[in-house]
Design a protein around this ligand. Structure first.
Ligand code: NAP
Ligand code: 8YV
Length: 309
């Protein structure tokens, strides 16, 4: 009999096909009565594919051994609860680094040159009447990276290709990296023209980009959030973008996504993106393959390709 697993949200077709070829898959997100489904299958579920797993759900699944998250960020899984119950947790690192770094630079250029607005300017026939206003560039500017990890390093490389100076903040100095380290985020924000966020969500980074940090970045400064909405004091961000205390922002993630503060919709100094950093066929399929590979390794008793717990 194939193992029975619980899927918590929609996955890519290829990933769902690969899972269905190996396991009996129960789709929690499609169940009309989720509690009834869980009550029926709970004693047989050994694995979860997907995120959004808290201790309460773990407690309902007494045979749960592993949670294979679709995504490198696993802040939607209570890892403390998983560890306490001897449940393994895996994620999908590295396969999305390039896609993430590409879109980060893309959003930076989009913001600096106001590309979405320029597109609208042409489509609305305004170009025939007046030239487009002058904009700014990335080259010669300093970018501060909050979170010089796997993705942050790829962003740093591409920022250098844009002739930017790279500095970074994290909890640890990385002596092998050539960039200037700031122990203090506030100091880095003060020295940076651009602040790129690519650190994980969760308690340790909650609102780490405070009003004070945004103030240090200042009216000429640009914020780019590719990490998680929880990193930023979002009400302060909206207020400061509106009154010009912050120069601009490119945002791929939001505090209560997919809900985005409506006040941002009318602002010219903002570029909005629907949490699509890794959303390419190429990358999402590799992420799905890694979800499957972790489950396969687990049930074969082999080392997990990308375990976090
Ligand atoms: P990673 O390799 O683990 O890098 C994370 C970096 O954040 C590390 O350099 C770490 O440095 C730093 N960091 C962690 N906790 C910190 C704290 N409390 N204060 C300051 N810095 C801290 O992770 P990754 O693979 O690059 O991914 C990073 C994050 O990007 C993910 O967790 C996810 O939230 C986000 N992400 C978003 C998308 C999207 O679609 N927008 C896609 C993929 C990933 P130290 O250990 O030195 O502090
Ligand atoms: C995904 C992400 O959008 O990997 C992450 O941490 O945020 C993204 O790659 C998400 O996890 C899948 O919906």
């Amino acid at each position: 009999m194939p193992e029975e697993i619980l899927q918590t949200h929609k996955l890519l077709d290829r990933c769902e096909r690969e899972l269905a070829a190996r396991y009996t898959v129960h789709k929690l997100h499609e169940a009309a009565d989720k509690e009834a489904l869980i009550a029926e299958i709970a004693p047989r579920i050994r694995a979860i594919a997907g995120g959004n797993v808290d201790g309460a759900l773990m407690d309902k699944l007494p045979k749960l051994e592993i949670i294979a998250n679709f995504g490198v960020g696993y802040d939607s899984i209570d890892t403390t609860a998983a560890r306490a119950r001897n449940i393994r947790v895996t994620n999908t690192p590295n396969v999305l680094n390039d896609a993430m770094a590409e879109i980060t630079i893309g959003l930076m250029i989009a913001l600096a040159r106001r590309l979405p607005q320029a597109d609208q300017f042409v489509r609305q026939g305004k170009w025939a009447r007046v030239g487009y206003r002058l904009q700014s560039e990335l080259n010669g500017k300093t970018v501060g990276i909050l979170g010089l990890g796997r993705i942050g390093k790829e962003i740093a490389l591409r920022a250098q290709a844009m002739k930017m100076r790279v500095i970074y903040h994290g909890r640890h100095r990385q002596p092998d990296e050539p960039y200037l380290y700031y122990q203090n985020l506030l100091d880095m924000a003060r020295d940076a023209d651009w602040l790129v966020l690519i650190a994980p969500g969760g308690k340790s980074t909650e609102r780490i980009v405070s009003r004070e940090v945004l103030t240090a970045l200042g009216p000429e400064g640009y914020l780019v959030n590719m990490g998680r909405g929880s990193l930023v004091d979002e009400p302060a961000l909206v207020e400061m973008l509106t009154n010009g205390q912050l120069g601009g922002a490119a945002l791929d993630v939001f505090d209560k996504e997919p809900n985005v503060p409506e006040a941002l919709f009318s602002l010219d100094n903002v570029v909005l993106s629907p949490h699509q950093g890794s959303a390419t066929h190429q990358t999402r399929n590799k992420m799905g393959d890694l979800v499957v590979a972790n489950l396969v390794a687990h049930f074969a008793g082999e080392p997990l390709p990308s375990a976090v717990v």
